[in-house]
Design a binder for this molecule. Structure first.
Ligand SMILES: CC(C)(COP(=O)(O)OP(=O)(O)OC[C@H]1O[C@@H](n2cnc3c(N)ncnc32)[C@H](O)[C@@H]1OP(=O)(O)O)[C@@H](O)C(=O)NCCC(=O)NCCS
Length: 123
């Protein structure tokens, strides 16, 4: 295994920061950070602040990991975290299809957190 091609990132945020965010009142902020599919997932139940916060953590964690590859042109809106049918999350960066990302999310009442592993040069 070539460890130069492997990077890790993590982040934790307070969910309260995302409480009361709505598409009506916070559209500019939300559409800058989240993709339409992410917003659909986050706002489909009452836990929207937890889902938004966990995805924000994942995006920060990805940016941290990519900085280990000296990649600095990926912004939050470029990073998409979606869910498989069994609800496990996955992550895509369309402009870097050769980076594979593994992501894990968790949220308690107060905090959300994410951990990511990035593999550069897949394929
Ligand atoms: C998947 C599971 C572990 C999630 O745990 P949880 O404490 O409820 O939830 P957390 O707050 O830690 O994590 C939530 C995140 O887990 C992720 N998640 C959900 N299902 C997942 C799965 N099957 N695999 C990986 N990640 C999963 C999601 O990203 C979710 O966040 P999101 O909805 O914002 O995307 C839990 O729902 C589960 O199915 N546990 C198995 C229970 C079981 O088999 N018990 C037997 C005991 S003997």
């Amino acid at each position: 295994m070539d460890f130069d091609k492997l990077a890790i990132g993590t982040d934790i945020e307070e969910i309260e920061r995302f409480s009361n965010k709505t598409l009506e009142q916070d559209e500019k902020f939300l559409r800058k950070i989240y993709t339409p599919a992410e917003l659909e997932y986050c706002f489909k139940d009452k836990q929207s602040a937890s889902h938004l916060c966990a995805r924000y953590c994942a995006k920060e964690a990805v940016v941290k990991a990519l900085s280990q590859f000296e990649i600095s042109d990926v912004f939050y809106g470029d990073i998409e975290i979606l869910n498989h049918e069994n609800n496990s999350p996955y992550c895509i960066i369309k402009k870097y299809p050769n980076i594979e990302i593994k992501v894990s999310l968790s949220h308690s009442k107060t905090y959300a957190t994410a951990t990511v592993l990035c593999f550069y040069g897949i394929n």
